[in-house]
Design a protein around this ligand. Structure first.
Ligand code: BTN
Length: 259
């Protein structure tokens, strides 16, 4: 494995195979700052038990990017979910920096990245749940990017860089993401969530359009108006405005279409 060149702010842990980079990063994070200082980046060539949002599996054969960063920002725990928007911007800008004109990249609430209207990357932010409270000053930010392979049985259609004929190596993708994340995380620490919110909205898909949001036990249809100051999706359901904190978005345009 060629070692990628990451900025000095990261402590790279490169693995050939692991169950889940998020699990490994969490295992190290609970051991404390010596085992996992801020910026510890766990990267694996493959995962045997990769996990997605809402308890889903994240198929993780070799050829894609699987990474989890341990972060210890001096920020209240309640604000940590903002970091997944920071990371979504980082993936977007990383792809832009790998510059292949003609591709459409968009962000999809809450923290997916779309390539040509199909999902190419997802983010999973986790901390220790049991009794962590305000004493827990770390989070693990997992990111999976389909570089060479994508599943074909997901509720929201998926794709990969290779399928879209965008030749990028896993190392190049990791280096671009790590660089871009450093920039956006610095901006978040210095300026707060507002510039993140504004930039996320500029890059997102579907604002002002009718969308469907599938919640655990309910499906809502309405106009995607805004992202609120906590990162919730603001949906106008025929005059009743809802602030949604968890769900899956589907669009009425091709690929992720409402059906
Ligand atoms: C999602 O869109 O559902 C989130 C997917 C997150 C996948 C990444 S791959 C690296 C890290 N390790 C995991 O087990 N999951 C995240």
């Amino acid at each position: 494995m060629t070692t990628p060149k990451l900025p000095a702010a990261y402590h790279l842990i490169a693995l050939d195979s692991v169950g889940s980079t998020n699990e490994e990063a969490k295992r190290l994070a609970v051991l404390g700052e010596n085992a996992a200082p801020d910026g510890t980046l766990v990267w694996a060539k493959q995962q045997t038990a990769g996990r997605g949002r809402r308890g889903r599996e994240w198929s993780s054969p070799p050829g894609n990017l699987y990474t989890s960063i341990v972060l210890r920002p001096d920020v209240p725990l309640a604000r940590m979910p903002e970091l997944s928007f920071v990371a979504a911007l980082a993936v977007y800008d990383a792809l832009e920096s790998l510059g292949e004109p003609g591709h459409q990249v968009h962000l999809k609430w809450p923290n997916d990245v779309l390539l040509n209207d199909k999902k190419v990357a997802g983010l999973l932010l986790e901390t220790e749940s049991a009794g962590a409270g305000e004493d827990c000053h770390w989070v693990v930010l997992g990111m999976g990017l389909n570089v060479g392979w994508h599943p074909d049985d997901t509720p929201y259609p998926a794709t990969s860089l290779r399928f879209e004929e965008w030749p990028v190596s896993v190392n190049q993708a990791l280096e671009a993401y790590a660089n871009s994340f450093l920039g956006w995380a610095g901006r978040w620490l210095d300026e707060g969530f507002e510039p993140i919110r504004e930039n996320w909205l500029r890059r997102c898909k579907g604002q002002g359009e009718e969308i469907e949001v599938r919640l655990g036990n309910e499906t809502l249809t309405g106009t995607f108006i805004d992202l609120d100051t906590s990162g919730a999706l603001v949906l106008d359901c025929g005059g009743e405005v809802r602030h949604i904190t968890a769900g899956d978005v589907f669009f009425s345009t091709p690929s992720g279409s409402i059906n």
